[in-house]
Ligand binder design. Structure first.
Ligand SMILES: NC(=O)c1ccc[n+]([C@@H]2O[C@H](COP(=O)([O-])OP(=O)(O)OC[C@H]3O[C@@H](n4cnc5c(N)ncnc54)[C@H](OP(=O)(O)O)[C@@H]3O)[C@@H](O)[C@H]2O)c1
Length: 279
């Protein structure tokens, strides 16, 4: 079993350096994938109301022999539940579906600036954190503008921002902002889901040089940039492989060559947080 190192978050809690993505797994497939991932050594599990799998993820966690306090369960408030009271209600509904009495990392899934409710949503999350029901609170898909507004209107910055990040979209400026404000970057679609990033020249060259797979190179690139990747795999062998990235080191040149794959707008799904509206 591989044990990942951890990062210290701004609130004093620990976050594993790699996590397990659960979208689009549901029902029995999600239970067995999460069970297998925990057995392999994953301790950070990423779910969301909108994945429709909180019941299955919660079941895998409850039935796991791994002590609850060793697992970092993440879920996210959806766009339709944004607002102070509706976030508190959505949180309770998530707990009920998960069958748990606390959430380790609770995130706003998308800012939905058109609705302009993310500040009130954040106030509810701060309250949940103060009550100890959400151990850490953060956001997803926030830009520096929205992060700055949270700080100026509530005085509290998120500990985590979960963003699209992969070699085609390395998010240099946003990561610099995170580093300057002690916000931990988590990366969704870290392998560039469904794209040809794993077949790109610099990734293949590094894989050959280190005797590892292209996916391991890309995940190691994330961790060496201090980003926490959340790869999804339903395949037990790939789950192991994706976790087994801490005994080799990419060179500075390899990191640069992979980062240079970045494109001005390398988003793979066209979901720009300034316009995207998550229901
Ligand atoms: N916050 C947000 O807005 C947001 C948005 C999207 C996703 N997410 C989170 O991020 C997680 C990961 O993102 P993602 O699922 O879009 O993309 P991803 O992890 O980059 O890619 C997943 C795909 O890569 C394949 N794969 C996994 N390991 C592999 C390996 N070692 N070699 C080759 N292929 C491999 C998987 O297939 P197999 O399953 O067959 O292995 C799957 O098709 C999601 O599950 C979700 O938890 C968050």
């Amino acid at each position: 079993m591989t044990t990942a190192p951890t990062h210290l978050l701004a609130d004093g809690n620990l976050l594993p350096a790699i996590g397990f993505g659960t979208y689009p797994l549901r029902a029995d497939a999600a239970v067995s994938a999460v069970t297998c991932a925990i057995d392999a050594g994953y301790r950070l599990i990423d779910s969301a109301v909108n994945y429709g799998n909180e019941d299955a993820v919660g079941r895998a966690i409850r039935e796991s022999p791994v002590p609850r306090e060793e697992l970092v369960l993440t879920t996210k408030v959806p766009g339709r539940a944004q607002g102070y009271d509706s976030t508190l209600a959505s949180f309770d509904q998530s707990l009920s579906l998960l069958g748990l009495d606390s959430i380790d990392l609770y995130l706003i899934h998308w800012p939905n600036p058109g609705d302009d409710r993310y500040v009130d949503t954040w106030r509810a999350m701060v309250q949940l954190h103060e009550e100890g029901r959400a151990r850490s609170i953060g956001v997803s898909n926030f830009t520096p503008e929205y992060l700055t507004r949270l700080q100026s209107e509530t005085g509290v910055l998120p500990t985590v921002n979960q963003i699209e990040m992969h070699p085609y979209f390395p998010q240099l400026e946003l990561r610099e902002f995170h580093a300057a404000h002690n916000i931990r970057t988590e990366a969704w679609s870290p392998l560039g889901k469904g794209s040809d990033v794993l077949a790109s020249g610099p990734v293949i060259a590094a894989a050959d040089a280190h005797g590892v797979t292209p996916a391991q190179v890309v995940l190691r690139w994330h961790t060496q940039l201090d980003s926490v990747p959340l790869p999804k795999s339903a395949d037990p062998e790939r789950q192991h492989q994706n976790l087994d990235i801490f005994d080799f080191e990419l060179t500075a040149d390899e990191l640069v060559d992979i980062t240079l794959l970045g494109r001005p707008d390398g988003r793979l799904f066209g979901a720009d947080p300034r316009t995207h509206n998550e229901q």
